[in-house]
Design a binder for this molecule. Structure first.
Ligand code: 5GP
Length: 189
């Protein structure tokens, strides 16, 4: 049995990655979402172990020192990391593992692993991103401002990704990603 692929999905905060990912996961049972660890505080509605593994900074650093992460980075002032065990278990079952990670993490994974496909999700316009972040209403204005500034930096790395998907219409963006997954078996050895 061939191991699966590491599928990376990145994109600025508010671009709608989470919603697209939920839809893609509903269709593909050979795709498992990696639940990252983070030192960020849970948002309302987020569940420990499902949204993230929420950790204190001390717990996170201990896990990092013990080699628990495939990659980890500081994003928007908090630590985020991909847990290695889940990735390895999934790949060894011949399934694909989906990492929803930032651009720095994506670069680390691309440099250190083979069988990696990276996808960057962009908004149709920058204004759409601003509107979505305000509508989501989960962060205060300073945090939103910071995330928009970060979005500019993230967009600068777009050329390193294998695919760019525009999230204008949710159905189209979801189909685009499903098409990429369908093409994996035939285009890459
Ligand atoms: P949020 O706080 O909005 O859930 O996520 C903030 C950013 O952290 C997003 O860009 C998300 O892709 C990124 N992120 C989430 N988990 C990980 C991870 O395990 N590693 C890295 N490098 N970035 C992550």
């Amino acid at each position: 049995m061939k191991p699966g692929y590491i599928i990376i999905i990145s994109g600025p905060s508010g671009v709608g990655k989470g919603t697209i990912i939920k839809r893609v996961l509903n269709v593909r049972d050979d795709l498992i979402l990696s639940v990252s660890a983070t030192t960020r505080k849970p948002r309302p509605g987020e569940v420990d172990g499902i949204s993230y593994h929420f950790m204190s900074t001390e717990e996170f650093k201990e896990a990092a020192n013990a080699g628990a992460f495939l990659e980890y980075c500081e994003v928007h002032g908090n630590l985020y990391g991909t847990l290695l065990e889940n990735v390895n278990n999934t790949l060894n079952q011949g399934k694909h593992i989906l990492l929803e990670i930032d651009t720095q993490g994506a670069e680390k994974v691309r440099l250190n692993h083979t069988r990696v496909i990276s996808i960057f999700v962009v908004p149709p316009t920058f204004q759409t991103l601003i509107n979505r972040l305000h509508e989501r209403n989960t962060e205060d204005p300073d945090v939103i401002k910071n995330r928009l500034m970060m979005a500019g930096n993230e967009l600068a790395t777009i050329g390193k990704y294998d695919y760019i998907v525009v999230n204008d219409k949710l159905d189209v963006a979801t189909t685009d990603i499903l098409d990429i997954l369908d093409s994996l078996e035939t285009t890459i050895n």
